[in-house]
Design a binder for this molecule. Structure first.
Ligand code: CA
Length: 326
């Protein structure tokens, strides 16, 4: 751990030297989002993964958010705890009837007692990405949204850099069913920390279209909004999305058609989105999940250069940034 912290320190120092003059433009520069932090190298959504991501100098660092029992937004990808923590050992009696452990059933104080580990399948204990950080090693913890904002804003101050945040409220409908308004809570925190408008270095994302429309129209947020897209039929609702959102976040497979005579062909999604003045940030580029691509370079080039996406989410921000420099 000591070694890691020392290396992070030197990485951050080197960022400071090279990036003071960085001008972030939403129009021409490709936006690199550190997906769950530098999650290709350290357990996702840990402070360590966020500090390492910061040192890689992405444009944004992502936060997935789920509320605790006492309404603290926790930075975690799922409403469940059992695929990234030791909750089943620590609190064996606290599972629901479906056998799962829910973030929303635990207080922030209880959640901080859990060890976080590399993602695994709770049914068989097998690590999801076998070549990543070893499961069960190290000492990683859950943290709140506020703690992560303070880490990133603190590093922005100490390095002179200007890295943004990219929060996602997870499953707002589930939160509503459990009597909680996660979106309102998160928007209030963002406002307290100075994220209020499109120029405040924050992008707000959500899969739930009704909820994101509510963010703009009912809750009157002026933040930059990205409508995440999960299902193919949603790609036909671009006009509606453009009535409240600033961009879309599709799965990269929704922009790729097929390979023909050695060249990738693309769907009309990016062109259609751009015609409506919507930015396109695709998810998720991983060196260890290439799909139909032969190399990571081919993958990055197809999505960001040939297809023309405006940005991407990646577990390996350093690799995408290096490839873009070429
Ligand atoms: Ca996410």
């Amino acid at each position: 751990m000591k070694h890691l912290i020392v290396s992070l320190f030197f990485l951050i120092i080197s960022c400071k030297k090279t990036n003071n003059s960085k001008v972030k433009s939403m129009t021409d520069k490709k936006v690199v989002v550190a997906h769950r932090g530098a999650s290709g190298y350290l357990p996702e959504h840990t402070m360590e993964a966020k500090a390492m991501a910061y040192a890689m100098n992405p444009d944004y660092i992502e936060q997935d958010l789920v509320l605790s029992k006492d309404d603290i937004p926790i930075v975690i990808h799922d409403i469940y705890l059992d695929d990234v923590t030791n909750v089943s050992l620590k609190f064996p009696r606290r599972k629901r009837e479906d056998g799962r452990y829910y973030v929303i059933d635990f207080t922030f104080e209880e959640l901080q007692k859990l060890q976080v580990t590399e993602r695994f399948d709770p049914k068989n204990g097998k690590q999801f990405y076998v070549n990543r950080f070893p499961k069960g090693k190290g000492n990683f913890k859950l943290h709140s949204f506020q703690q992560e904002i303070e880490l990133i804003q603190g590093l922005n101050k100490s390095t002179g850099n200007t890295i943004g945040i990219y929060p996602e409220v997870k499953n707002p409908a589930f939160h509503h069913t459990n009597g909680k308004d996660i979106t309102k809570i998160v928007l209030n925190i963002l406002s307290e920390y100075g994220y209020k408008t499109k120029s405040d270095n924050c992008i707000f994302q959500c899969f739930d279209a009704k909820e994101l429309e509510r963010v703009r129209k009912e809750l009157k947020s002026n933040l930059f909004l990205i409508q995440l897209i999960e299902f193919p039929e949603e790609t036909k609702q671009l006009k509606h999305f453009a009535s409240y959102a600033d961009g879309i976040g599709p799965w990269y497979k929704q922009i790729i058609d097929k390979k023909e005579n050695g060249k990738w062909k693309f769907t009309s999604l990016i062109k259609d989105a751009h015609a409506l003045n919507l930015k396109v940030h695709t998810y998720t580029l991983r060196t260890d999940q290439l799909g139909d691509f032969t190399t990571f370079e081919e993958h990055v080039k197809a999505v960001l250069i040939e297809a023309g996406a405006d940005g991407c989410f990646t577990d390996f921000p350093d690799k995408v940034i290096n490839l873009l420099k070429k």
